[in-house]
Design a protein around this ligand. Structure first.
Ligand SMILES: C[S@@+](CC[C@H](N)C(=O)[O-])C[C@H]1O[C@@H](n2cnc3c(N)ncnc32)[C@H](O)[C@@H]1O
Length: 315
């Protein structure tokens, strides 16, 4: 990865995010620079990675790099999460899929620097995660030993506002009390699973919540969700080890163009519905109406190249 190119890609993405959120670009770029200048945070991450190498023999991805000198070695999505938390100042964040805690640590760093807010994260117990296929629909890339608890990149100093719940997101999310104003999905990415998780998580979100879905290129579930709900999403690239790809999908539930036929088409048109959803029951919602439909969908085609392979690499 070329770090200078990475930084430029990050900057260009942040300009788009600023426009999507209707915020001044300088605000988001300012948070980016704060993170870049935070050598204490990079030192904390290096200590955690050294510990994982020594104690857990975990050397995957960025853990194989003995000394990380900048947060830019992490994927753009991590940096974006920090900046979103600083900019939007969510009171309660819901996260699914923790693994080593790459997203979690940047969310917690944002909450720490805000001085407020909490994070609830859900992942399978280590033993279950080690013995089952994590992404049955699309291949299996993330395995760790049964004794390892998710989130081992997270320094103790940042753990304060964090609640970690072991279990499947599909079981745990319906049991959660109260509402969340920020949600990130990074658990099981198969079409059906993501579709179910998005439906369950949506019921727990405030009307002005922000959603971020990782690895949207693994299936069409994210796009089908946006089409069904009539949300205008922002699709963001990430420059991982294998080159640039569209990775993160961002949705503002209160984006002014949501539901606007000029952006998302007409609601409840039978022909539009059948084009948009196959084998999927989805809700078409507008400020004035809410109906449930079942229809057919050419978007329902998880990328077959990932079905029997290890999927795209990432850090
Ligand atoms: C892509 S990894 C997450 C990476 C992580 N967000 C990070 O930044 O390091 C996917 C994670 O989803 C978890 N997962 C898979 N199925 C799940 C389920 N049903 N409920 C909750 N988590 C699940 C896996 O155990 C795995 O840790």
């Amino acid at each position: 990865m070329d770090i200078a190119l990475s930084r430029e890609c990050n900057r260009l993405n942040l300009l788009q995010v600023a426009r999507y959120l209707d915020r001044e670009p300088e605000l988001l770029l300012g948070y980016y620079h704060q993170l870049l200048d935070d050598s204490a945070f990079v030192a904390q991450l290096n200590r955690q990675m050294a510990r994982a190498r020594q104690q857990l023999h975990f050397t995957k991805g960025i853990f194989g790099k003995p000394d990380v000198d900048s947060v830019d070695w992490f994927a753009f999505q991590r940096i974006l999460l920090y900046i979103l938390v600083r900019t939007l100042r969510p009171a309660r964040i819901l996260e699914t899929g923790v693994y080593y805690g790459g997203n979690t640590v940047f969310l917690l760093k944002g909450l720490h620097d805000n001085g407020e807010g909490t994070l609830v994260s859900i992942d399978l117990p280590g033993s279950k995660a080690a013995s089952t296929t994590r992404h049955p629909g699309v291949g299996d890339t993330e395995l760790y030993a049964a004794h390892v608890r998710a989130g081992f990149l997270i320094p103790e100093e940042l753990e304060g506002p964090w609640q970690f719940i072991e279990g499947s997101s599909l079981d745990v999310v319906p049991t959660l009390e109260g509402q969340f104003d920020f949600y990130i999905h990074d658990s099981e990415h198969s079409f059906q699973f993501l579709q179910r998780e998005l439906a369950l998580a949506s019921r727990k979100l405030t009307t002005d919540a922000t959603l971020l879905v990782d690895d949207i290129d693994w299936s069409n579930a994210f796009y089908a969700f946006c089409a069904g709900e009539r949300y205008v999403p922002l699709l963001l690239t990430d420059n991982g080890k294998d080159g640039l790809r569209v990775r993160s999908g961002l949705v503002r539930r209160n984006h002014p163009a949501n539901y606007d036929p000029a952006f998302v088409g007409q609601a409840s048109s039978p022909s539009a519905s059948t084009t948009l959803s196959n084998k999927c029951s989805y809700r078409t919602t507008s400020p004035n109406s809410s109906t449930t439909k079942s229809a057919s969908n050419p978007l329902d085609s998880p990328r077959s190249m990932y079905r029997n392979s290890s999927g795209p690499t990432r850090s």
